[in-house]
Design a protein around this ligand. Structure first.
Ligand code: NAP
Length: 336
């Protein structure tokens, strides 16, 4: 980077990926503005170099006020990483509201307040592409056919970016992201710790993974490159089976398991039940009909050619990344 610090706004800074993006931006000496909500946790945003900006997407007036305050304090924004989003929800409408409509509100507010950045980075998901056909890895040219309301909401936001003139953007489509502070892959690890290896059906499933720090590297490679107005798929550039993932976890935990192969109809019934219970309790269940569609899909392998062409080289093998993640979970009492 040059002598003057570039300014970057990162939304959803309090979350898993957001907190690492903030860390990376600070490390790279950006003037870093963490976009949060009033009630957001700052547990992983303790660096004194972080500037905070409260963004309330429910009110255009308060978005304008926040962006004007931001402009006054920090001047023009060089980059915006719009990472805030929901990956699970009790009701499918929330996906559209948060992942699509809030993106639309942010784009409009940035334009209205004359704060269009040099590049707007949208953290989308592999879910907007949907699974691969046969065993071929998913490429950036794959026909986008999301399976779920989550994937469709991300695709809506992507389409909006492609239709917005004079608004340079990059869309990142990460596969499953894991690492310290992450709570979903943690559940799989906890199950193996309890000596149970769960499979849905007997068909082989192809998966891909990405360590959160590699995702941050990829995002900043994209920011600092000349690439613009395109999708970039990201994983650790390898493809695994569910069995390989479980074997790696077992090796790290030095544990043995019994395999529980659940017939698909049984899991479907369990998903309906857990969704009903979730609605009653107001909590998002780990298993629901939408997520089951993703669990059932046979091919989540990724071809990362475009991001590799920008110089991205993953630093974490799955084994090394999981080792470090499990160490973090243990050190922080997330697993015993
Ligand atoms: N984790 C993955 O494997 C994965 C894979 C591909 C793509 N992604 C995408 O990466 C992004 C971050 O995911 P994550 O795993 O880090 O999730 P996370 O830990 O749940 O973080 C989500 C962040 O979004 C914020 N947010 C949620 N609803 C909001 C709203 N209505 N208004 C403003 N902010 C809101 C949250 O703020 P609060 O703290 O205030 O709730 C939090 O900072 C998401 O867009 C997700 O779709 C994740």
């Amino acid at each position: 980077m040059g002598l003057t610090k570039k300014t970057i706004l990162i939304t959803g800074a309090s979350g898993f990926i957001g907190s690492f993006l903030v860390e990376q931006a600070i490390k790279k000496q950006y003037c870093t503005i963490a976009g949060i909500r009033t009630a957001s946790s700052k547990q992983f945003l303790q660096d004194p170099a972080i500037h905070f900006l409260e963004l309330d997407f429910t009110s255009d007036i308060s978005l304008d006020t926040a962006l004007q305050e931001c402009k006054l304090k920090y001047g023009q924004l060089d980059f915006v990483i719009h990472n805030a989003g929901v990956t699970k929800a009790v009701n499918n409408l929330l996906f559209e509201e948060v992942n699509f409509l809030n993106t639309q509100k942010l784009i409009t507010a940035l334009k209205r307040n004359e704060l269009v950045p040099t590049k707007f980075i949208y953290i989308s998901s592999l879910a907007s592409f949907g699974p691969g056909i046969g065993t071929e890895p998913i490429t950036a040219f794959h026909q986008k056919e999301p399976l779920t309301a989550y994937g469709r909401s991300k695709l809506q936001a992507e389409e909006l970016l492609y239709q917005t003139p004079d608004f340079p953007f990059l869309i990142f489509n990460p596969t499953t992201v894991y690492g310290p502070r992450e709570k979903d892959v943690l559940l799989l690890i906890k199950s193996i710790k309890k000596h149970i290896e769960v499979y849905i059906g007997t068909d082989r499933q192809l998966l891909s993974f990405l360590h959160v720090r590699d995702l941050c590297d990829a995002v900043f490679q994209g920011i600092e490159s000349t690439a613009v107005n395109c999708n970039l798929l990201v994983s650790d550039c390898r493809i695994y089976t569910a069995k390989e993932f479980n074997t790696i976890v077992k090796r790290i935990l030095h544990t043995k398991t019994i395999s529980l192969i659940l017939p698909v109809p049984v899991v479907r019934f369990a998903a309906i039940l857990s969704e009903l219970l979730g609605r009653l309790s107001g909590k998002v269940p780990v298993l629901n009909k939408e997520r089951l569609k993703e669990f059932e899909a046979k091919n989540w392998g990724v071809d990362c050619k475009e991001i590799r062409n920008l110089g991205y080289l993953p630093q974490y093998s799955l084994e090394e990344g999981l080792k470090q993640t499990i160490y973090w979970y243990k050190a922080h009492g997330w697993i015993k």
